[in-house]
Design a protein around this ligand. Structure first.
Ligand SMILES: *[C@@H]1O[C@H](CO)[C@@H](O)[C@H](O)[C@H]1NC(C)=O
Ligand SMILES: *[C@@H]1O[C@H](CO)[C@@H](O)[C@H](O)[C@H]1NC(C)=O
Ligand SMILES: *[C@@H]1O[C@H](CO)[C@@H](O)[C@H](O)[C@H]1NC(C)=O
Ligand SMILES: *[C@@H]1O[C@H](CO)[C@@H](O)[C@H](O)[C@H]1NC(C)=O
Ligand SMILES: *[C@@H]1O[C@H](CO)[C@@H](O)[C@H](O)[C@H]1NC(C)=O
Ligand SMILES: *[C@@H]1O[C@H](CO)[C@@H](O)[C@H](O)[C@H]1NC(C)=O
Ligand SMILES: *[C@@H]1O[C@H](CO)[C@@H](O)[C@H](O)[C@H]1NC(C)=O
Length: 365
């Protein structure tokens, strides 16, 4: 029923959304049909609520979110800001048009070494975050960056899935010879010995570019600095009651500079970040902002199954077993005004039969 309504009456759906309240959503209280998409922040809505970060398991149906744009090998540099959409509300789902979205905050192109991007933090802007328009479902991602150097200011390079599988490089600014790695499975800290780890002895991360790599493969996750492996987590070591607590769902690449040392942060977060931010810091006074610099981001996709020629995106299917979602390739449009995401919609039996020929289905290992 719902799919037919979306196909036939998109304008009505939009009108209904206007009258809908800002309902919150989670896996046990999914969104209503009138505002079907659960945003990454846990609110129901339409339009950009259905794009990057939309949680399929907290949305009205598992296919309410738009399909997630497919991974593409790329080396992103920043000679200018033309590949970055500066206002996320204007994104229509076309990942060919933009590589990155400025979700919040401000950027500046300094171009001092042939194209580098500054992510800015001011007391007023609350920090800057860039998200890739495309997703990665396993791959090797390297960011060449210079971190901030101020207590309470955190530079981050992470991958984040729509159900909150997360892989992190983080740099609390008080210690510019250190970098921290971490990972989460569906928003929880995996049990066992694999919590955060700190790498020490780096040459000043504020003054020097380093290549930080997340090598995320189906069987192991490896972190490197300047091509030197510093940490490996095997999927087989994350088993908990027979479930691998290992990131395994398509993820966006995100880069950010965020204020951890502020009053609204939990005391533990402030301590972790090296204390409260000093908004009277001479660097802040002279530049008018704190900043971190990004030189390049290289993405090499490693989908466990090669996508067919006409595949455009990833979609979620029903869970294979409890809390183990399936992920499939889809040839459906990623655009907001594209055809409805038929794959695995409402009428499961029929939908699966129809899409069997269109989708390469595989279970997440
Ligand atoms: C983005 O565009 C919307 C719609 O024009 C506007 O309301 C909003 O203030 C803009 N956001 C920023 C950060 O400029
Ligand atoms: C997506 O953007 C690209 C590049 O701007 C453009 O060529 C293409 O027509 C757009 N696709 C759609 C369906 O709008
Ligand atoms: C940035 O530097 C590159 C390489 O020197 C140059 O090609 C490009 O035009 C510059 N961009 C701007 C916006 O000045
Ligand atoms: C943070 O809290 C301290 C102590 O209560 C207060 O002096 C300071 O003004 C607060 N800062 C902000 C930005 O609210
Ligand atoms: C892929 O698209 C091309 C051009 O639209 C079409 O000719 C071809 O049959 C499609 N292949 C598959 C496997 O759907
Ligand atoms: C499927 O997995 C998701 C993600 O863990 C979970 O939120 C949801 O409750 C699961 N659904 C069922 C029916 O097990
Ligand atoms: C997906 O592929 C099927 C079969 O090749 C085709 O009928 C359908 O039109 C395609 N959908 C899109 C959005 O290209």
């Amino acid at each position: 029923m719902h799919s037919i309504l979306v196909a036939a009456l998109p304008m009505l759906v939009t009108l209904l959304a206007w009258t809908a309240e800002a309902t919150s959503c989670n896996a046990t209280t999914p969104c209503p049909a009138s505002a079907p998409c659960c945003s990454e922040f846990g609110f129901c809505g339409t339009d950009d609520f259905c794009l990057g970060g939309c949680n399929p398991f907290a949305s009205n149906t598992v296919s309410s979110c738009r399909p997630s744009p497919l991974c593409q090998d790329a080396t992103h540099t920043f000679p200018d800001n033309s590949r970055i959409l500066s206002n996320a509300t204007f994104f229509d789902g076309n990942a060919t048009e933009y590589d990155w979205i400025l979700d919040t905050g401000a950027i500046m192109n300094t171009n001092s070494s042939g194209g580098e991007l500054a992510m800015l933090l001011t007391e007023a802007n609350g920090g800057t975050r860039l998200s890739s328009t495309r997703y990665v479902h396993y791959g090797t991602i390297t960011a060449s960056l210079k971190t901030g150097r101020w207590a309470g200011v955190v530079t981050a390079f992470i991958t984040m899935s729509d159900i909150k599988d997360e892989i992190d490089w983080e740099f609390p600014g008080a210690k510019t010879t250190e970098g921290q790695t971490n990972y989460f499975w569906q928003g929880v800290i995996p049990a066992g010995p694999n919590n955060g780890q700190t790498e020490t002895g780096l040459t000043d991360t504020f003054s020097n570019y380093h290549d930080y790599t997340i090598d995320w493969q189906p069987d192991a996750l490896t972190f490197s600095i300047d091509n030197k492996v510093v940490r490996t987590i095997k999927k087989s070591d994350t088993l908990q009651n027979g479930v691998a607590q290992y990131p395994d769902t398509p993820s966006r690449v995100q880069l950010s500079l965020w204020p951890a040392g502020i009053n609204s942060s939990a005391p533990g977060t402030v301590e972790w970040a090296g204390g409260m931010i000093d908004w009277n810091d001479p660097d802040y006074n002279s530049a008018g902002h704190f900043y971190a610099l990004l030189k390049s981001v290289t993405i090499k996709c490693a989908d466990p199954t090669k996508p067919g020629p006409n595949m455009t995106s990833y979609v979620y299917g029903k869970n294979a077993t409890a809390n183990q979602p399936t992920v499939a390739f889809s040839n459906g449009s990623t655009l907001l005004n594209g055809a409805p995401n038929l794959a695995l919609s409402g009428l499961h039996g029929i939908a699966v039969a129809i899409v069997a020929g269109l989708l390469v289905l595989f279970h997440v290992l």
